[in-house]
Design a protein around this ligand. Structure first.
Ligand SMILES: NC(=O)c1ccc[n+]([C@@H]2O[C@H](COP(=O)([O-])OP(=O)(O)OC[C@H]3O[C@@H](n4cnc5c(N)ncnc54)[C@H](O)[C@@H]3O)[C@@H](O)[C@H]2O)c1
Length: 410
């Protein structure tokens, strides 16, 4: 573990794409202005000192546009970028590359004894997950994953009602998340070959279900459609329908369907349409992210440049009543929370008690990699089923016994 004489957390960033711009950038810019403060750890700076990306182009255009909103940072690109970034005496590093490129960067960061925050889905296989968890344990650092939907106030309320026993035993439910064609055809075109929208977005709901209702994941099924993003018999998927079956301590079961797509027309009103319904023994929960708030139409701007139904809870830019401008929401809050967890471990008391502080943060399993096993199992199983389908064996089922996955052909 690196030690620093100044009261600061030196941050590194791998990947400078869409999610960097939406959530990490506002966090780092705000913290540059205001610092990070708590009674536990005092007043800290959190400079973004180094970034690693594929070509370095977006890092340069960010440097230019941000001016002094950002600290001066080193930018590394190419195959060795992450390793070069790790020589910058970092306290923590965040990984926001395409999901099939998370593992190597995460492994190198942990191996260097640096706290890690990785975007969802953490990794794509149980074997990779187990290696990272072991490495974090050995190096005595945090390994955390971002599932910002757990911080959505609506999902917090759902979980509160479940924790308090107001909603009793979930029996089944559905979730859907639909993205526009511009995501698959433009923004993600570089890495979309061989990929599916389930891994990318169903994972939000896999985590929501896993974290909110607990239980033991037993069975995974999945179907999917092709023909728009790639050939009709290829391995790139337009849409997927995932089904998960859980068993609870009572011996009762629940089933959840999660539908995702990234080929919805670009002008559909939702832009990103997110809906859930959970049915309990004594109740029903309906959530619709698009219908919970505002609809706004502006000639020439909506729906392409500006969204008709905006999610002002996730990430909104506002003029505060007192005049200043701010970008805030649960997408930024989750990054801030991680920085506070690192700050607590490193600066929240005497060095002799660091181990205790580390253990207490690790127990917060909403984000710990060690608590992500069922989610990764579901993602890996979904990818196994889709790849069997592409190879000519549709409708496979995967069973999970808590340790490993077993694929059954019909
Ligand atoms: N939490 C969320 O809701 C949310 C939303 C969007 C994306 N994400 C996640 O964030 C991650 C990135 O998504 P995005 O939308 O920002 O993607 P993007 O395609 O916009 O950006 C990817 C970035 O990674 C960089 N990159 C690619 N390969 C690299 C490598 N080998 N080494 C270093 N850098 C590399 C690219 O240069 C680019 O800067 C994905 O894991 C995705 O699932 C999360």
């Amino acid at each position: 573990m690196s030690s620093h004489s100044r009261r600061e957390l030196r941050a590194g960033m791998v990947g400078m794409g869409m999610i960097f711009d939406e959530t990490y950038r506002p966090f780092f810019e705000q913290t540059r202005q205001e610092g990070l403060y708590s009674r536990d750890f005092g007043d800290l700076d959190v400079p973004l000192v180094a970034v690693a990306s594929k070509t370095g182009k977006r890092a340069e255009s960010y440097r230019e546009s941000a001016g002094n909103r950002t600290y001066p940072f080193q930018s590394f690109s190419g195959d060795d970028a992450v390793r070069q970034m790790l020589r910058e005496n970092l306290s923590f590093a965040c990984v926001a590359t395409p999901d099939d490129r998370h593992f190597e960067a995460c492994r190198d960061i942990l191996d260097a004894g640096i706290h890690l925050l990785v975007e969802k889905p953490s990794v794509l296989s149980l074997c990779e997950l187990d290696q990272l968890v072991e490495l974090a344990q050995e190096k005595q650092v945090l390994a955390r994953v971002v599932y910002h939907k757990l911080l959505d106030p609506d999902h917090k309320k759902l979980r509160t009602l479940v924790c308090d026993g107001v909603l009793k035993h979930v029996n089944n439910g559905y979730c859907s998340l639909l993205e526009p064609k511009s995501i698959s055809g433009g923004q993600f075109a570089e890495w979309i070959q061989g990929r599916n929208p389930g891994t990318y977005v169903a994972v939000h709901y896999i985590k929501l279900i896993d974290f909110t209702f607990g239980g033991r994941l037993k069975t995974i099924m999945c179907s999917g459609q092709r023909g728009l993003v790639g050939p009709k018999d290829g391995n790139t998927w337009d849409s997927t329908q995932l089904r998960l079956i859980y068993e609870y301590e009572s011996g009762r079961e629940a089933a959840f369907d999660i539908h995702t797509s990234w080929v919805t027309p670009d002008n559909f009103p939702g832009y990103v349409e997110q809906e859930v319904q959970f049915r309990f023994d004594n109740g029903i929960w309906n959530g619709h992210s698009r219908k919970r708030g505002v609809e706004c139409t502006v000639e020439g701007l909506t729906p392409h440049k500006m969204k008709i139904t905006m999610n002002n809870h996730y990430n909104g830019s506002f003029v505060e009543p007192w005049g200043s401008r701010v970008q805030r929401g649960y997408g930024v809050e989750v990054i801030d929370r991680f920085a506070r967890e690192v700050a607590f471990v490193e600066h929240g008391g005497p060095a002799t008690e660091r181990e205790l502080r580390l253990a207490s943060v690790r127990q917060l399993n909403y984000a710990d990699l060690s608590a992500d096993r069922q989610v990764v199992a579901a993602v890996q199983a979904m990818e196994m089923i889709l790849s069997q389908h592409a190879a000519g064996y549709p409708d496979c089922v995967v069973r999970y016994d808590g340790q490993s996955l077993k694929l059954l052909r019909p």
